[in-house]
Design a protein. Sequence first.
Length: 323
Amino acid sequence: MRTWFARPDALRKAGVLSLNRRNAECIMRLNDRSLYPLVDDKIRCKKVLEAQNMPVPGMIGQIAYSGQSNRFYSHLQGREQFVIKPANGSGGDGILVIVGQRGERYLSSGGRLWDRDDIAHYLTNVISGLYSLGGQPDTALLEELVEFDPVFDGIAFQGVPDIRLIVYRGVPVMSMVRLPTRASDGKANLHQGAIGAGICIATGQTIAAVISNHHVDEHVDTGSPLLGFNVPDWGQIVSMAAHCFEAVKLGYLGVDIVLDKNRGPLILELNARPGLNIQIANHAGLRQRLQQVDDSGAYEWAANERAEWAREHFSSNVYDPRP
């Protein structure tokens, strides 16, 4: 693994978007706060996307009160696989992935066995707001488990990878795939130790990869090469991301997409404050791409046209950040 440190002038030259600039020029300028609940609440977001005929993982049920926690299994209707999410969670916190059943107990993606009382207690913590934005009382979402697409075998460990796209004024400008590792407990969460691999918007091919800001060429657990992997259904994925702007009207948006082996690309969730590590994963800055969108007028076009414009203009412009 290699760690590179760049001087501020090198970062500016590379067009890296800083946190303060992102907040001031993208989020505050383009994201009306009244629209945040459309994406912050996962249940509401799912319904908004479904109303736009966008494909999403199926919802099994929701637990809103502590008294319902002990009866969660009544929603499952015999399912042995499901996901628990806080409706207003952030950064992957509070997500519990159940991958099977062993007798009366449930097996999580990390290999732990949970009995019904354990699950009920976990749901009570979710409802109490332990994992929610601002610690406010929350609702637990029971969601269908995405069936892992075997195309990612070798470059993901146990869990389901997801694809993050940054959409600026309705135009997809940068993307990466987040790959679970042993350290991330099978979750596609960079802060918990997952790998982020940058994807060329033009081709759908991985061009660089990082784990905890260290550059890697192979998966730390499987040893499989990470670069040069072609993401399936790439044109459809870019188009889906562009269409999300029509659904929620946020000008700076993170779109998370997963590949189900039966249903294809599904929108997992949206984010009104997407992070900036995607620039590290791509070895590229966001600022020039945002300026290109502003100068082009492509943001005024239909979603499919915006997606096609993005694929024509954002090829993998990899740079060496070393001073």
